[in-house]
Ligand binder design. Structure first.
Ligand code: BES
Ligand code: MN
Ligand code: ZN
Length: 520
């Protein structure tokens, strides 16, 4: 809101400060006057140098508008970036919470940093705060200290000039961070809560709230369509599979949509090729591709972006049982291609094969899939970057630009022809594993067989969707990575020549055959 920081009554006032600088920003100068130069004094003492994420608390000695000042270091001005701002704000907000204080005030920090608009700065601040305060404690039944949570914070801006812009940035930041936190929740909830059925219900609920279209294909419909690969994976589970389709129209119906496909395995035991028990409990997050897509579409709808998007979530468990698919079995995919299932633990590519085939029936301009697809992605990139692969230069570059803007790293891996030799089958068209080397690449090579000539990008989030150790604004556990990247990609899509509408083709007759609506 509009107002003067040095007159705003507050429990805590946040002041950002660059390393090695003596001068305070304008808002901070006013506050310092009200505090009889306590801030200057602190900086002079050398106790607070402004190192990135450094924190220092000042209790006001005199009766001032604010009880405390929390100084937060922004690092060197020249090294500062939106990512550094998110990190610093997250640390500061966590500190306020730890103090047991329920609210704080802040000016727009790092004002006038080159190349960064007030709106972007406000967005990054809000993202850092809301993402940094995330906690998952719905299963903690012991009474918690309710004072340790932040109810509100206020960003104060003196000038009316940038007010609108800043408010827009705050709005975006809040929507994106809350959608990311929702994705985190979906992954952190165990698989006995987040079943395919519950996800379908949630998607329908979301659709009702936001005016999206939601269609859920049930098993008989998928059988009629011929989704043999998806149903092959679902065979071992008692939980009914659901194929969730979530559609947002921000433009008229004739405009081709962007298709987002998310791997949605609500629990991956490996099936008959069962996984070792160590860390198997983490396989509840094997649905994060789908959760990412769902939450990105939620944000896009809340932001009313002028794009058409359709999300496809093939949702099932991967379980061993007497009815489960077995190594050596052959399945017929929706595309007609046959797949020899060498390893039932390579189930993600099986369900995605049918989902991608189904997605291209919507004649999208581009397809982006998101999947916790391969453990090999950790071998290749560690936990630092999403694996990026695809068949279209322009699209891959657009994803990279969105990645940079969102602060969610991607790194491209090659899809050279030679890798395709690794997934040749003796008895079927293709097999579902590619041997020892290049596991992330051969998985993507498999997927590429099902996208035809459509521009397609694949994001392997297996190594980044979960963090064993907390990061500045990402606590331990599910990270929610990819939501902000996808939304950014969709925001920018309207300015990208690649996404100019193509001539409208006749609807695919196969598509209209499948258009019987799901329940609810
Ligand atoms: N969901 C896993 C991939 C995974 C592993 C995600 C670790 C997150 C953390 C996937 O379904 C899988 O099991 N992939 C196999 C493929 C292999 C059998 C070719 C893998 O990575 O071991
Ligand atoms: Mn698996
Ligand atoms: Zn899996």
């Amino acid at each position: 809101k509009r107002g003067r920081l040095s007159q705003q009554p507050s429990e805590v006032t946040l002041i950002g400060h660059f390393e090695g600088e003596k001068d305070l920003g304008e808002a901070a100068r006013g506050v310092d006057r009200a505090l009889a130069a306590q801030i200057k004094e602190l900086i002079k003492s050398g106790e607070f140098a402004g190192k990135h994420q450094q924190l220092s608390l000042i209790h006001a000695r005199t009766r001032a508008h604010t009880k405390r000042i929390l100084m937060v270091g922004l690092g060197k001005r020249n090294d500062c970036s939106l990512e550094k701002i998110r990190q610093a704000m997250s640390k500061a907000a966590q500190q306020v919470r730890d103090l047991g204080v329920g609210s704080f005030c802040t000016p727009l920090i790092a004002r006038g940093l080159r190349g960064i608009s007030p709106a972007e700065m406000a967005q990054a601040m809000v993202e850092g705060i809301i993402l940094g305060l995330y906690q998952f404690n719905v299963y903690k039944t012991e009474p918690r200290d309710s004072t340790r949570s932040i109810q509100e914070f206020t960003l104060l801006e003196e000038e009316s000039r940038h007010l609108k812009e800043i408010q827009k940035g705050i709005h975006r930041g809040q929507i994106l961070a809350e959608a990311t936190n929702l994705a985190r929740d979906l992954g952190n909830y165990p698989s006995n809560y987040v079943t395919p059925t519950r996800l379908a219900e949630m998607a329908q609920g979301m659709a009702g709230e936001l005016g999206l279209e939601c269609e859920v294909l049930e098993k008989p419909q998928m059988e009629a369509l011929g989704m043999g690969a998806f149903l092959g994976v679902a065979r071992g589970s008692q939980e009914p599979p659901k194929f969730i389709i979530l559609k947002y129209q921000g433009k008229n119906g004739a405009t081709r949509p962007i298709a987002l496909v998310g791997k949605t395995i609500t629990f991956d035991s490996g099936g008959i090729s069962i996984k070792p028990s160590e860390k198997m409990e983490q396989m509840k997050y094997d649905m994060m591709g789908g959760a990412t897509v769902m939450c990105a579409i939620k944000s896009v709808a809340q932001l009313r972006l002028p794009v058409n998007v359709v999300g496809f979530l093939p949702a099932t468990e991967n379980m061993p049982s007497g009815t489960a698919i077995k190594p050596g079995d052959v399945v017929k995919t929706l595309s007609g291609k046959t797949v020899e299932v060498i390893n039932t633990d390579a189930e993600g590519r099986l369900i995605l094969a049918d989902a991608l085939t189904y997605a291209i029936r919507y004649r999208p301009t581009v397809i982006v899939d998101v999947a916790t697809l391969t453990g090999a992605c950790t071998v290749a990139l560690g936990h630092q970057a999403i694996g990026l692969l695809g068949n279209h230069r322009g699209l891959l570059d657009a994803v990279k630009r969105a990645s940079q803007a969102a602060g969610e790293r991607v790194w491209e891996l090659p899809l050279w022809e030679e890798y395709y030799d690794q997934i040749k089958s003796d008895i079927a068209d293709i097999k579902n594993v590619g041997g020892r080397g290049a596991g992330t690449i051969t998985a993507a090579a498999f997927l590429s067989k099902f996208v035809g000539d459509y521009p397609w990008a694949h994001l392997d989030i297996a190594s980044t969707a979960w963090a064993d150790e907390g990061r500045p604004y990402t606590p331990r556990g599910v990270t929610g990575i990819g939501v902000r990247l996808l939304v950014r990609f969709l925001m920018d899509s309207k300015t990208h020549p690649l996404f100019k509408p193509l001539p409208v083709l006749k609807p695919d007759p196969l598509l209209s055959r499948s258009r019987n609506k799901g329940h609810g």
